[in-house]
Design a protein around this ligand. Structure first.
Ligand SMILES: *[C@@H]1O[C@H](CO)[C@@H](O)[C@H](O)[C@H]1NC(C)=O
Length: 639
């Protein structure tokens, strides 16, 4: 009886399997909104339904159709056909992408794969496509223009064809002549158990890649038949067009330095199309060849910025040869000098850094690239740079009123006792600058080191955020393999300390601490003189609130202030520096609160805050991303 029932169950199971696998033989994605796609690393689906595989330098991303393709019960590997439309959008051209690959893999777990690696190469001069009348045209893969690729495999002839053409309009048809046609019997490499189809993309460890994104707009696949045609109207072509316009025109129109360069670049930089057939993986990979890294960096540098904006001679003259008396400060990253430009008499601040490694140089250059593109009244404006031997000199507007930290925490005669209206203005300024970085600009920029000493004050006491990208570890004695937590103690969110990953929420945390610091003029952490115990600002503010008057925490040097505003800032500070990242508001909401366009959540009370701290810690530990203690917690629960 039991055996019979089991038999029945098995039949049922196999019937179920049969239907699923039949479905899995064919699929189409006209855009990826709501698609059931497996993604890892940097891969994500944008609001416009684009599958974005990478964003930023030194990145990789994978995406797979979730269910495996059925290769079982077949004497040989089946024929298949697939087509997809992709776009590589980049601030720079060919050098900024490692490439994009269509992948058939026995596993979706490619976590051990390495960025920038490729497995094979075809003749670089063959990149292009054939029109329907067989004419060959050159093609720049990273131009940002959407392109369509067809990969067709015929198991009888064992021929694998790869065809490519620009995806201009509705009438884009597949060119008759494939770009690549190779004979290879896939049955020797395809697992009979099934394989996952998807994409892999990577960007190099080069600063040119900071704005490079690989997008898939649409994709269809079919086993033993021709893949369905993509719906032109459903693909987010317009979004790609906008991105391209945003990033590319000025850089693409600029001619390369000389025609001999052009020849070299054509030979070496022109992207190459690669087909790789690995032991169990078939990878078709599009990639860019590389000039020597440093040479290329220089060319790209000059392409982007023109000749250096300042000469070393000028900067040296401006600072009296980097005299000690012009020194404004010294930090882990280098020294900052004050200077006056010889001709224009303009006051400037010069940050002199000497990266000890290529990695350090890369990060500083990333700062320049990012800063050079950002414009906001609450950000310190980068005026230019100069490269001198192994040094990098960054030139900024001089901020006569130094840093916020200086005014809050020193008793120097020229330190101002900032009034409440000045402080509130400064807080709103920083919020506005941070909002711009997080939400108002094309790319999300995580500041990583929000603190009062990184807020500078201009002549009108407007706050300006500085020091982007510098918070990353700059190889000062650090082992290249250990990731140090970036940031400054007291401003570091708990999950940042634990997981080491900076996010918008970790910036918001630091901003919350900063708001309280500005209001109370107390350091984020200080040692209580009475008992020698360390005290956190957030606890201090919370204690005042629980004691019935949150304004007790206010800086005693503030004679007058608007009680409502102070209350708002302190409560918002607590909310922003909430231990649980999910509880923190985004900067858009923070702006609304500060502008009184929205009331603070009604349930924001000292007791609920305390309670939620406990609850969220608990929740936190249940998340798989959490620290190793997770396992222990889970185990104890199971008992
Ligand atoms: C590959 O291309 C060749 C040449 O155009 C063509 O004859 C052949 O049918 C193609 N095979 C497949 C599987 O598309």
């Amino acid at each position: 009886m039991l055996r019979r029932r089991l038999g029945l169950l098995l039949v049922l199971l196999s019937a179920v399997c049969a239907t699923t696998s039949a479905d899995a033989d064919e699929f189409i994605y006209n855009g990826f909104s709501g698609a059931d796609i497996f993604m890892d690393n940097q891969a994500s689906v944008t609001n416009d339904g684009l599958l974005r595989l990478t964003g930023g330098m030194d990145a990789k991303g994978h995406a797979f159709h979730t269910s495996p393709l059925d290769f079982s019960n077949r004497s040989s590997a089946p024929s298949f056909s697939t087509t997809f439309v992709f776009a590589i959008v980049s601030l720079y051209n060919e050098s900024s992408s490692d490439g994009l690959a269509f992948v058939l893999s026995p596993t979706k777990n490619l976590s051990s794969s390495s960025e920038g690696k490729y497995l094979g190469l075809v003749d670089p001069s063959t990149i292009g496509y054939y029109t329907s009348d067989g004419e060959f045209h050159n093609l720049s893969l990273s131009s940002g223009e959407p392109m369509q690729v067809w990969v067709d495999y015929d198991s009888y002839s064992t021929v694998l064809n790869v065809t490519i053409a620009p995806y201009y309009n509705l009438s884009t048809t597949k060119p008759n002549r494939p770009l690549l046609s190779v004979r290879y019997d896939l049955s020797s490499v395809l697992p009979s158990t099934g394989a996952y189809a998807g994409f892999s993309a990577a960007t190099p460890q080069l600063w040119e890649a900071v704005f490079t994104s690989h997008y898939i707009l649409g994709w269809s696949f079919k086993l033993d038949g021709e893949a369905a045609t993509l719906n032109y109207f459903a693909l987010s072509l317009k979004t790609i067009q906008e991105l391209v316009q945003k990033y590319q025109p000025p850089h693409r129109d600029r001619p390369l330095p000389s025609s001999s360069y052009k020849t070299i670049l054509r030979g070496l930089l022109v992207p190459t199309l690669v087909i790789t057939i690995g032991a169990c993986t078939i990878i078709m990979k599009v990639l860019m060849d590389r000039l020597s890294k440093s040479r290329k960096a220089e060319i790209e540098w000059e392409k982007e910025y023109g000749p250096p904006s300042f000469t070393y001679k000028d900067l040296s003259a401006a600072t009296g040869g980097f005299e000690d008396k012009m020194l404004l400060g010294r930090g882990g990253f280098g020294s900052v000098f004050r200077g006056v430009l010889p001709r224009s008499k303009k006051a400037i601040a010069i940050k002199r850094v000497a990266p000890e490694s290529k990695q350090g140089m890369k990060e500083f250059i990333a700062e320049i690239v990012i800063l050079g593109h950002l414009r906001h009244r609450n950000l310190v404006q980068l005026l230019g740079y100069c490269r001198h031997k192994q040094q990098l000199l960054l030139v900024y507007d001089y901020m006569p009123n130094t840093s916020l930290d200086y005014h809050l925490h020193t008793q120097q005669p020229n330190a101002t006792n900032l009034s409440w209206s000045q402080r509130f203005h400064i807080i709103r300024g920083i919020a506005s600058g941070l909002f711009y970085l997080h939400e108002d600009w094309e790319q999300v920029v995580i500041h990583r080191d929000i603190k009062t000493s990184n807020v500078l004050l201009d002549s009108e006491m407007n706050a300006r955020l500085g020091d982007f990208g510098l918070a990353r570890s700059h190889d000062h004695g650090a082992d290249a393999h250990t990731t140090r937590v970036a940031g400054t103690w007291g401003y570091i969110a708990p999950e940042l300390a634990r997981l080491g990953k900076a996010t918008k929420a970790t910036d918001v945390f630091a901003f919350g601490v900063l708001m309280m610091e500005v209001t109370c003029a107390k350091r984020p952490i200080w040692v209580d003189s009475a008992n020698g115990e360390p005290l956190a600002l957030a606890d201090w503010v919370l204690a005042a609130w629980r004691g019935g008057s949150i304004t007790d925490a206010v800086d005693p040097r503030l004679d007058t202030y608007v009680e409502e505003e102070v209350g708002l800032v302190l409560k918002l500070g607590l909310l922003c520096s909430h231990p649980s990242p999910e509880a923190r508001p985004c900067m858009r909401l923070v702006m609304k609160y500060l502008q009184r366009d929205a009331p603070l959540p009604a349930d924001l009370q000292p007791d609920t805050l305390m309670l939620s701290i406990c609850v969220s810690r608990h929740d936190d530990d249940e998340r798989p991303m959490s620290c190793p203690a997770t396992t222990i917690t889970d185990l104890s629960k199971g008992r």
